[in-house]
Design a protein around this ligand. Structure first.
Ligand SMILES: Cc1ncc(COP(=O)(O)O)c(C=O)c1O
Length: 345
């Protein structure tokens, strides 16, 4: 089993599009540092030989594959261009212009951007001091204009995880007429003790859609594969906006090959989370109050952090107060981060 980063060139130094970034390391997008597994690459390559052919008109094979993996029915699954594409489809199918969307802030940039595209009013609810979503403030922000609520587990950018009991209480407190996206883009990085059975949640909450991604733990961000699953009735409303020919055959092959390679992917995930803990401990020893992360990134509270990283040639996601979020898992990049920040405090 190969879990080394090394088979390719240094992972965080690769090209974006055709231009090499000016940074030594690009940690700005919470990507997986590992290149695709050879078995996944082979499966994708085989489909490319048929790229003169259209894929399925409406996706059937991918929802069937994912549903089998999850233990739900295929008509409960909606697939699309990354979790982003599916979230946009949810917004377009379940909300109307002028509706309010409630989320913890800051959050994944996609939410405010997509809300703007759909002409929704955003209702950002500040995270608490420890970087957790303040779910009770989010409940208080819900009113009759609320068209959607988004809760992330783990949360981006802080990596914090909402407790199981708190999530359950929160879902019970959201009126059943308001759709809820439970964004689990990083769910595979959670420790076993933090796992929640999504099927038990769906049994109680007909307004719930669980959103997931192949971009993060599966390391396929460039292929754009995401999905949501929920109760059949709600999924059917979202599926009405399914883009014809929108899911390439390569996506189906990549997912099938990834499911067949779970032990290798789990080993990579473990490598990433182990690196994450090592780096977090080292940064905390330097006096940076990094919250415990349950994802493949760390949130480094500022001020001055984002600037110090940039000066060291490290691209990070920067926040207005000088804080930064960095993807973790590449030992060379993690060492560079530590060197860049050691002298800051
Ligand atoms: C919380 C969260 N949700 C969704 C996404 C979108 O992922 P995808 O690449 O599947 O569109 C991201 C990407 O960073 C994310 O952080």
């Amino acid at each position: 089993m190969s879990i080394g980063l090394a088979d390719n060139t240094r992972p965080s130094q690769r090209r974006r599009g055709t231009e090499r970034t000016e940074h030594r390391f690009d940690l700005s997008l919470s990507e997986n540092p590992f290149p695709p597994l050879p078995s996944v690459l082979r499966a994708v390559n085989e489909t490319l030989a048929q790229a003169n052919r259209y894929p399925e008109f409406l996706p059937r094979r991918l929802p069937r594959l994912i549903a089998g993996h999850l233990g739900v029915e295929p008509d409960q699954v909606i697939v699309g261009a990354g979790a982003t594409g599916v979230a946009m489809q949810i917004i377009q199918s379940l909300t109307g212009r002028g509706d309010e969307v409630v989320f913890g802030a800051p959050t994944f940039d996609g939410y405010p951007i997509m809300a703007g595209m759909a002409e929704l009013e955003t209702v950002p609810v500040p995270l608490d001091k420890a970087g957790n979503q303040d779910v009770w403030a989010m409940v208080r922000a819900i009113n009759k204009r609320t068209g959607l609520v988004v809760v992330c587990r783990p949360h981006n950018p802080t990596g914090t995880v909402l407790g199981a009991a708190e999530l359950k209480a929160f879902l019970c407190a959201v009126p059943a007429r308001v759709p809820v996206i439970l964004d689990e883009a990083y769910v595979e990085f959670l420790g076993a003790a933090d796992h929640i059975d999504p099927l038990a949640l769906l049994a109680r909450h007909p307004n719930l859609l669980v959103l997931r991604s192949f971009s993060k733990a599966y390391g396929l961000a460039g292929l754009r594969i995401g999905y949501a699953f929920g109760r059949r009735e709600l999924a059917a409303r979202v599926r009405k906006l399914q883009l014809p020919f929108g899911v390439p055959a390569a996506a189906v092959a990549a997912v099938a090959a990834s499911y067949a390679a779970q032990p290798e992917l789990a080993a990579r995930t473990l490598r990433i989370t182990t690196e994450r803990e090592t780096l977090r401990n080292a940064l905390r020893r330097c006096g940076i109050a990094v919250p415990r992360s349950h994802a493949n990134f760390l949130y480094l509270p500022g001020p001055g952090v984002a600037t110090a990283l940039r000066r060291a040639g490290i691209a990070a996601k920067a926040y207005p107060d000088g804080s930064a979020r960095i993807a973790v898992g590449d030992p060379a990049a993690d060492t560079a981060v530590l060197q860049a920040l050691e002298s800051l405090r």
